[in-house]
Design a protein around this ligand. Structure first.
Ligand SMILES: O=P(O)(O)OC[C@H]1O[C@H](O[C@H]2O[C@H](CO)[C@@H](O)[C@H](O)[C@H]2O)[C@H](O)[C@@H](O)[C@@H]1O
Length: 272
């Protein structure tokens, strides 16, 4: 294969500016690759437990994990348990679940511990949100350690709007200071407040990374993009307003970006 064909095989149809930024990033000494899961590595599906990373994305993540001075983290709104189930990645993958409430670094036994007051608030949330889910067609509740996700993907637009309105009204009538986040066909309620931005900062310190790559698709990923600095690189997956300097169409293109990053990094690591 000549050099041009070789270059095209690695970069595909990625914009030249993005390819240049990936090459630059691949040269840093310690790199943290932090990735959202749903809508970024995995295409959206109706049943959250059926979601899986695209094979090309998973291969690229495995290649990155195998490189020296390169750490990979998943930063997800999913409960850690659910993230472990769908991601199916080796233990050296750093995991952030529940939008930063649950963090699994290199100790796989680490658990989130809620105090009694928080556990009581989770119980109240459960009672209120179960009633909402039970009373509206095709609306269901996903449990997480510190809260719940009210899913409306399969509901009609009208029922979805109604579910959001009622859930907001009823939860706020019962509990103060809830953390409420709107995502894709989901409204999330938690009794603890953290953001993906805080999670990225935590991971940056933990890994002593010289630069961070972050890819994400949803509103909550904007906190992570906001936490990036001039030496970092953010890529938004799919449509919607974003702080990320680069955008690709969706998970298939994210996989391509990760694959190119792994290839550049492997080359640069060998050169050093
Ligand atoms: O931060 P993420 O990794 O993107 O997780 C965000 C939420 O993802 C899951 O819900 C979303 O994906 C589902 C599977 O494609 C889809 O059915 C649902 O409509 C989406 O909202 C997950 O179930 C949530 O707990 C996460 O917070």
């Amino acid at each position: 294969m000549d050099a041009r064909a070789d270059h095209e095989a690695v970069t595909g149809r990625l914009p030249e500016l993005l390819v240049g930024a990936l090459r630059e990033l691949a040269r840093v000494r310690r790199l943290l690759v932090a990735l959202d899961f749903d809508g970024t590595l995995a295409p959206e599906v109706d049943s959250p437990e059926q979601a899986r990373a695209l094979p090309e994305a998973r291969d690229a993540v495995l290649r990155l994990l195998a490189l020296p001075r390169t750490r990979v983290a998943l930063v997800s709104g999913r409960a850690l348990r659910s993230l472990i189930h769908v991601a199916q990645l080796p233990d050296e993958t750093l995991l952030v679940g529940s939008h930063g409430i649950e963090i699994r670094l290199d100790d796989p036994t680490a658990r989130v511990n809620l105090d009694t007051a928080e556990l009581e608030r989770v119980d109240v949330l459960h009672e209120v949100l179960s009633q909402v889910a039970d009373s509206i067609d095709d609306v269901w509740l996903e449990a997480k350690p510190a809260g719940f996700a009210l899913h409306t993907r399969l509901a009609t637009e009208e029922d979805s709007r109604l579910a959001h309105l009622v859930a907001l009204r009823e939860t706020q009538a019962e509990l103060d200071d809830l953390t409420i986040r709107e995502g894709k066909n989901v409204l999330e309620f938690a009794v603890r407040s953290t953001t993906k931005g805080e999670a990225v900062e935590h991971l940056r310190r933990y890994t002593a990374a010289d630069a961070v790559f972050y890819a994400g698709d949803d509103v909550t990923d904007e906190d992570a993009f906001d936490a990036l600095g001039p030496d970092d690189l953010g890529v938004k997956s799919g449509p919607g307003p974003t702080l990320a300097p680069f955008r690709v169409a969706g998970p298939a293109e994210v996989a391509h970006v990760l694959s190119a990053l792994a290839t550049f990094r492997a080359g640069d690591v060998h050169e050093q």
